[in-house]
Design a protein around this ligand. Structure first.
Ligand SMILES: Cc1cc2nc3c(=O)[nH]c(=O)nc-3n(C[C@H](O)[C@H](O)[C@H](O)COP(=O)(O)O)c2cc1C
Length: 198
């Protein structure tokens, strides 16, 4: 609820076309940041997180870097085999879990349940405010697509002074049930994001 209130207070909730419980994101900022080669050099896995919440703009920018639309013909920030775009990104936060809808630039609420315990197989994870889940039915290429996405996000985090860790140590089956995924879809991997611990 805290995070939802943060978005609502910023006047970002409930625009036309979105359900009341969905979150309209600010337009992603797609310029600036650290020079790419410096971000590649500085990228590192971090395993100690502050509870400090992320601003809506930061969440929007990270989601865009993972799976945003970056050209007028609908192509994305990462490549997919035959441009099938058969992957989804979910944002797990304290007040619920949301499906990223890049076309409408919003987070569609999937559940209000706090799913973070299903991710917290390592103690440091529980203090982080945001976790991304990469979900696909593509057995051949889904992992590759997820890898492109978490690398984009990892570099964006580095550029923004945020910490992140890619995590396979999650309860994939429970998450699949809670997200009500169809049989063929799998939660491939997760990525934990937040400010580094002081
Ligand atoms: C597919 C994948 C799964 C990973 N799973 C975990 C995990 O469950 N827990 C964890 O603490 N780190 C995990 N990591 C992070 C790696 O341990 C980390 O990338 C590696 O130690 C190298 O460190 P670096 O990212 O700082 O270069 C994972 C990384 C990848 C790419």
């Amino acid at each position: 609820m805290k995070k939802l209130l943060l978005f609502a207070a910023a006047g970002l909730c409930c625009a036309a076309g979105a359900n009341a419980q969905d979150i309209n994101l600010p337009e992603p900022q797609t310029t600036g940041g650290m020079p790419l080669m410096e971000a590649i050099a500085a990228r590192r896995t971090v395993r100690a997180y502050s509870e400090r919440p992320l601003a809506p703009q930061t969440v929007a920018d990270l989601l865009w870097s993972a799976w945003g639309i970056s050209s007028a013909d609908g192509k994305r920030t990462v490549p997919t085999a035959r441009n099938q775009q058969d992957i989804d990104v979910y944002a797990v936060m304290a007040d619920g879990t949301y499906l990223y809808d890049a076309k409408n630039n919003l987070l569609k609420q999937v559940t209000t349940e706090d799913l973070r315990p299903l991710l917290a197989k390592q103690d440091f994870v529980s203090s982080a405010p945001l976790h991304l889940l990469f979900v696909s039915a593509n057995k051949k290429y889904g992992g590759m697509h997820a890898g492109s996405m978490y690398q984009n996000v990892g570099l964006a985090c580095t550029s923004m002074g945020l910490a992140n860790v890619v995590r396979g140590m999650i309860d994939n089956e429970q998450l699949k049930q809670k997200l009500n995924l169809p049989e063929e879809e799998e939660v491939i991997i997760s990525q934990t994001i937040g400010y580094p611990a002081e």
